[in-house]
Design a protein around this ligand. Structure first.
Ligand code: HEM
Length: 367
């Protein structure tokens, strides 16, 4: 049965026939019950993404209200992902150049692992591994990887409007520690060449070190939830295909590629209209929110990498995300994870945009 609406599709066992029908039959429509416009075809999604009035944050709330007074809010407000306009354009170019240059350096992540690879340990691994890989990529000392992953997780937990006072306080503390840590990495006398170049480019573009460091934290943050989804969905597909512990790295990469095309980790993103726009003859008023169903666009263009977005805000970490997920999957298999058993019992975390499997849970999955 089709999910009732696009937000429920993210956790549906097989939402792809629904997404294909949505893109075909309702490429752009207003969902009154959700109070959202929904764009699901590549053409309508691109038209919204190209509109200058379509912003990545609500103009009235550039930073989530609960964290806006304090270090977590300051950090969030500095992310390239959360800004439009001139700052975004300048920062994005610097970050993309940094990622490209740093990716040429050899880097061996120290994968987090517990001795018993039960469902709970695999769940923990899914969320920790992408941040560990990203921390190694940035050149953070190995001793700080686990703590950095925990701080990112505390920061992420402070962002929803439902976060309680303890979570918000932990998020501010985590943002503080990470900001100091990444500023030190960036300013170190023996910083890696790509970091030194980022620093110099920042001086030329008049972007303060604090903003550059915040965006290195942004790279850790961006890799977190979607990275868990990519690895977790790859693990499930590995189980369905009977991939074994001695599978070659190329097989792991092929599975990750398949997942990016056909069972992607990130299904939705949003745009918030600062002014009215007209798309495909339909007028969308200022103040409205448009849900961009990337996973529906992928059913029309499976090879276009829709799960990584498109246009100005397209993900600069696509290649890295794929490489890290394939490495982590190969590592999990070698370490004795049983993908067939894991693929036989799981559900999806109740997240609005990311499709992240959960293997340890006490109740049976709800249909
Ligand atoms: C499976 C993993 C990943 C997925 C599915 C993913 C997906 C996305 C998507 C859809 C966007 C655009 C959001 C929008 O337009 O509203 C985005 C932006 C971004 N991603 Fe990723 N991402 C992943 C991993 C990573 C990694 C590993 C990095 C770090 C190197 C990264 C860094 C970024 C940054 C900095 C942005 C903001 C770009 C901008 O606003 O111009 N992502 N990502």
């Amino acid at each position: 049965m089709f999910p009732a609406h696009p937000l429920l599709a993210v956790t549906h066992p097989d939402p792809y026939p629904y997404y294909a029908a949505l893109a075909r039959e309702q490429p752009l429509y207003r969902d009154d019950a959700l109070d959202l416009w929904v764009a699901s075809h590549p053409d309508t999604i691109q038209a919204v993404m190209r509109a200058p009035a379509a912003r990545v944050r609500p103009p009235s709330e550039p930073v989530p209200r609960g964290v806006c007074a304090g270090p977590a809010g300051e950090l969030f407000g500095r992310f390239v992902r959360m800004n439009d306009g001139a700052l975004h354009t300048r920062l994005k170019a610097l970050l993309a150049a940094f990622i490209q240059e740093q990716a040429e350096q050899p880097c061996t992540p120290q994968w987090p692992m517990t001795p018993a690879l039960d469902a709970t340990a695999v769940d923990r691994y899914l969320t920790a591994a992408p941040v560990h890989a990203q921390a190694a990529f940035l050149g953070l000392p190995t001793a700080l990887h686990t703590d950095s992953a925990a701080r990112i997780s505390a920061f992420v937990s402070a962002l929803p409007a439902t976060a309680d006072a303890d979570q918000v306080a932990a998020g501010h503390a985590a943002a503080d520690v990470l900001q100091t840590r990444l500023e030190s990495l960036l300013l170190a006398g023996d910083a890696a060449p790509a970091l030194r170049k980022l620093r110099e480019d920042g001086v030329r573009a008049a972007i303060p070190v604090a903003v550059l460091a915040a965006n290195l934290i942004g790279l850790l943050f961006q890799s977190c939830e979607a990275g868990a989804g990519l690895l977790g969905n790859a693990l499930i597909h590995a189980g369905r295909r009977g991939l074994s512990a001695d599978a070659a790295r190329a097989e792991a990469d092929a599975i990750v590629g398949h997942v990016i095309r056909h069972d992607p980790p990130l299904h939705n993103t949003r745009r918030f209209l600062a002014d009215a726009v007209t798309v495909g003859g339909q007028r969308i008023e200022a103040g409205q929110t448009v849900l961009l169903v990337l996973a529906a666009a992928a059913t029309v263009q499976p090879d276009a990498g829709w799960t990584f977005g498109a246009h100005g805000h397209a993900c600069p970490g696509q290649g890295l995300a794929r490489r890290h997920a394939a490495d982590a999957l190969a590592h999990l298999l070698r370490a004795g994870a049983d993908p067939a058993a894991l693929a036989s019992r799981f559900r999806y975390r109740p997240l609005p945009n990311a499709r992240v499997p959960q293997f340890a849970f006490s109740k049976e999955p709800t249909p």
